[in-house]
Design a protein around this ligand. Structure first.
Ligand code: AMP
Length: 221
């Protein structure tokens, strides 16, 4: 099965996605993590992607779609985090699923107000280990040991695009290009909306529980 995480940058797609992967045994495919890894390894794809990522813009659809398809082709159960991000990507994924006999079970949309996104993303720290990729927040969700990942112990880093100016640009890109996917997946009858209150200290547990209930209802349908 395929589960898609939808939501603005910093809405918690990675954190909730990790919980869902643990619960359902899904492979976590995070396009941002794949791009960051390509940038670190200075590949041609990485060099191209970094031109867009550093400005808070989306990497062009043709590059992103073929990268994702080659990553998921051989895997049955996938959680997509950060893909699709445009209508064109969603259309391409629909065709890919039809041709490869894959089923999108649910699209989990995390709703967070813009002002909360800027607040939360400014204090986000992430795990650079590509097998892990967990996110923490020095204010809202600190790791158990300061500066170290709870899941794998790697030294946490701040993403260069998690600065207020780039975050505002990424939010604009989200509203212009990604938000239309909410209507797209509503029409496909796959959308599950979850409102997030970042000031609730149990937000992660509550959101995970709600997402699992909704996915289970659809799996059992
Ligand atoms: P993320 O880690 O999901 O916030 O992604 C970081 C950056 O990678 C984004 O701001 C985009 O520049 C790029 N990116 C990630 N996923 C996609 C996608 N599906 N389409 C285009 N660009 C993407």
């Amino acid at each position: 099965m395929y589960i898609i995480m939808l939501g603005a940058p910093g809405s918690g797609k990675g954190t909730i996605g990790n919980e869902l992967c643990d619960n359902y045994g899904l492979t976590h495919i995070a396009t941002g993590d794949i791009f960051r890894n390509e940038i670190k390894n200075q590949t041609d794809l990485g060099k191209k992607a970094s031109e867009y990522i550093s400005k808070g813009q989306l990497v062009p659809d043709e590059i992103t779609v073929s990268m994702v398809e080659s990553n998921i082709k051989e895997i049955d159960d996938v959680l997509l985090d950060g893909f699709p991000r445009t209508i064109e990507q969603a259309e391409a994924l629909k065709v890919f699923c039809a041709e490869n006999n894959k089923r999108i079970v649910s699209v989990i949309n995390l709703n967070v107000p813009d002002e909360d996104i800027v607040t939360r993303t400014s204090s986000r720290v992430t795990c650079p280990n590509k097998e892990c990729g967990a996110s923490f927040n020095t204010v809202f969700m600190p790791p158990k040991v300061e500066g170290k990942c709870d899941r794998c112990g790697t030294e946490l880093v701040k993403r260069p695009d998690d600065n207020p100016d780039t975050i505002r640009e990424r939010l604009k890109t989200y509203h212009d290009e990604t938000e239309p996917l909410i209507d797209f997946y509503k029409k496909e009858e796959l959308l599950e909306n979850i409102d997030i209150n970042i000031y609730d200290e149990n937000v992660k547990e509550k959101t995970t529980k709600s997402a699992i209930e909704r996915i289970n209802n659809r799996v059992n349908d």
